[in-house]
Design a protein around this ligand. Structure first.
Ligand SMILES: Cc1ncc(COP(=O)(O)O)c(C=O)c1O
Length: 486
């Protein structure tokens, strides 16, 4: 068995976590990215202390912390070895097939309940899809903003009519080369976040009453958005690794005259997969044959854990039928509310809809982000954020594997923040959500992710928050609340 160097990759500025936890996280990241494998011997305490520049007692605390969480085995007289993480032994959620019919979404009282607890700082925030504020480059962005306020005091004295601020659109066009989309700044329409981008896209390609195919499960915001536009939702069964069932989609296109298909091909919310290129290509080939528009939500695409950044379905679009929607809400700042659409052949209509809906997008956040992208700090920030998220994700998976009842299944995300958990069939996730609220823990019950009442025994956990002892305790509490229902 091999001994592996823990060369000190500092995953992020974690000044608030104790030093031994930060030391241990370097290790978790190496397990998550495969640099350390089960059975590998990790460096001696003395070596670890030298490599990481920490005291021997901090090194020991780090290894004991990892041992308690099931990452390491201590073998007398021999040292510490990587254990097969419990979470790796747990199966993924099942692929739920079955027939589907177009449906409209009723009012959702659970959603209101969820939003209320999600925005209350007194709750352990496993509910809403937000990351810890300290993971964002706030200081850099504030500094740039101050410079702009000084240099351009009239920065917001005019409407920046659609498509939006040129400097920002130029940066988005440049970055689109990474997904092999050759677009000019003229092809980019700036929106108020990804959700507005999706809403404008839907309005550009479909009318009330039209049928929209979506993955199932899918982020509830999109379901609500389709419903608010009085369009019908058709849920297509979606495999936890291979994405939308394309045969099912093909039959649905013919049977139900699908107008558009909404998809997340990268870092799916809630399933977490990144689809292989061949699947993205096949999806585009299928939809292009019937001239079905594809609204692709690539909000988390930059947060795939492995390099290089994955391509998108839009990368394979030759007919201009894909409207790629994204934003910086999950990477830089949800509060800036800037997103964009690469709308292909629908650009002019999207631009018109943006104008008549809200006249313009706010200029200042666009100027700030344009300068941030131009100055080159973005890629470094994304690399650190991804490493941090992969590490947090692994900690949550490990805790669930340890504390949840037998029969639990956990997704294996390839990027982003979200974990999708199938509980034993007797557990009612809505009851669990309410019992968890009483313990000041917010989670999302699975039924929010379907328009047809599916996923009653599923929950989604947001892993965007820096992992602490209180998060670990909260997962333990959730596990006990599940046990109580069995
Ligand atoms: C999958 C998905 N799409 C869209 C959105 C909305 O993004 P934005 O805040 O940029 O409007 C979210 C927010 O959580 C999301 O998870």
């Amino acid at each position: 068995m091999q001994s592996v160097m823990l060369t000190g990759m500092q995953v992020a500025d974690r000044s608030q976590a104790p030093l031994y936890v930060r030391t241990a996280e370097t290790f978790i990241h190496q397990v998550a990215n495969g640099a350390l494998r089960p059975g590998d011997r990790v460096p001696s305490l003395r070596k670890l202390s030298r490599q990481q520049g920490v005291s021997l007692s901090t090194a020991l605390q780090a290894y004991m912390w990892l041992e308690n969480r099931g990452y390491l085995d201590a073998r007398p007289q021999s040292g510490f070895y990587v254990r097969t993480p419990l979470a790796k032994l747990i199966p993924e959620p099942q692929f739920e097939t079955g027939k589907s019919q177009p449906t409209s979404l009723g009012t959702n009282a659970v959603l209101e309940e969820v939003i209320r607890s999600a925005s209350d700082a007194a709750y352990i925030p496993f509910g809403a899809g937000c990351a810890s504020a300290e993971l964002f480059p706030n200081r850099r962005l504030n500094l740039i903003m101050r410079r702009i306020l000084h240099r351009q005091p009239l920065h917001s004295a005019n409407y920046d009519f659609p498509p939006g601020v040129e400097a920002f659109r130029r940066q988005i066009a440049r970055r689109s080369l990474a997904i092999r989309c050759e677009v000019s700044p003229r092809d980019v329409v700036v929106t108020a976040g990804a959700l507005e981008a999706i809403s404008l896209s839907l309005r550009a390609v479909a009318l009330p009453g039209d049928v929209i195919a979506v993955e199932s499960p899918l982020y509830f915001g999109i379901l609500e958005c389709v419903a608010a536009l009085k369009m019908q939702i058709l849920e297509i069964p979606t495999h936890p690794q291979q994405g939308m069932d394309l045969e099912h989609l093909e039959r649905a296109i013919h049977r139900h005259k699908i107008k558009a298909c909404v998809t997340m091909t990268n870092c799916h919310n809630p399933l977490g997969y990144v689809l292989p290129d061949q699947h993205k290509r096949a999806l585009i080939a299928l939809t292009a044959r019937s001239n079905v528009a594809v609204i692709e939500d690539d909000l988390y695409g930059d947060l795939a854990y492995e390099d290089p950044r994955p391509l998108t379905a839009k990368s394979f679009d030759r007919k201009g039928l894909v409207l790629l929607c994204s934003s910086f809400s999950k990477i830089l700042s949800p509060g800036y509310r800037i997103g964009w659409i690469l709308a292909g052949r629908f650009r002019a209509e999207v631009e018109r809809l943006k104008l008549v809906t809200s006249m313009a997008a706010p200029s200042l956040p666009q100027l700030v982000v344009a300068e941030y992208l131009e100055s080159g700090g973005y890629d470094r920030h994304v690399r650190r954020l991804r490493a941090m998220l992969a590490c947090q994700m692994e900690s949550v998976r490990q805790a669930i594997a340890k504390y949840f009842p037998a029969g639990t299944r956990i997704s294996r995300p390839a990027g982003g923040y979200m974990l999708w958990i199938e509980l034993p069939s007797k557990v009612d996730a809505l009851k669990l959500h309410r019992a968890a609220l009483a313990e000041r823990i917010s989670i999302l019950p699975g039924r929010l992710f379907s328009a047809t009442g599916r996923y009653k025994n599923y929950i989604r956990i947001n892993c965007g928050h820096v992992w602490t002892e209180s998060h670990d305790r909260a997962v333990l509490t959730l596990g006990r609340l599940c046990e109580r229902q069995l």
